[in-house]
Design a protein around this ligand. Sequence first.
Ligand code: 8YV
Length: 320
Amino acid sequence: MTSPLVSITRDIPGTPSIPGATLRIAPAEPQMSRAQLLEFIRGSSVIVSMFHDKVDDEFLDAAGPQLKGVCNFAVGTDNFDLSACRKRNVLVTNTPDAVTEGTANIAFALMLDAARRVCEGDRFVRAGKFERAGNIFPTGWLGVHLTGQTLLIVGAGRIGRAVALRGLGFGMKILYVARSTHPDFEQAPLAAQRIDLDDGLRRADFVSIHTPLTPDTRHLINAQRLKLMKPTAVLVNTARGPVVHEQALADALKAGTIYAAGLDVFEFEPKVNPDLLTCDNAVFTPHIGSAERRYREQMTAMVCDNARSILAGERPPNLV
Ligand code: 8YV
């Protein structure tokens, strides 16, 4: 009897291993086209997918009827047509927890950078402008402070909580937006207050987005909502790009409707709105929220464990 095939659609860190299975790992370069991806997954019993692989009817048909599960190398599952998976009895898993700390760290890095103009300063120094300008006057390069400021967390999951805890360390007051009350946000140490999104945007000095992408959250932050924010406010998005209307954000940054933004995710990733790229008051990273070696290796261990359970006919630990 031949061993079941597990296809991993991108090179992943650490040493993926699934006893009894044949592993096929896509090379890091060159990146596969959709047609090549569909060919690559043919005959798989389990597929380890990336957040940018659209797992839909076409994908599931290309894999074939022997497919038992798809293990996403991500916590987000907005790349899945879950009902198409359910129809075929294909199990879906993700990697919660492993992405929490890394993503919270990048959110905070972007928050500090946007507030204190770190990357803008870096560009200034590298371009020789510091040397040409001479010493900076006390009125130059003024940023916004964090201590005592209000941080609004949109989406009260694990990552939102980890960002709120970091905010607490900076002496920030925490507000949160969620569909229901979250005792872990309201209890000590966060003592956060739940608020309606529009009121929260009016009150916040910093807004950090941590909601999954769903039909309800697409363009949650649009032109109208950006207008509710303070002109001194900073917006950070490390969740999914389409939660923010990117053109409206570029317009708000240019008009000074808000002070600055920090983005790890983009509406049409990996494309970035050209107007955004011209905004000196925006700072970007290329969707690397969870990219801390320790946690990426944990994600590898999780997808392997989920795949092993699926092949063994057990309930996988991170079933979606
Ligand atoms: C990516 C993410 O999966 O967990 C998610 O939902 O978007 C990220 O952690 C990661 O960048 C791997 O490509």
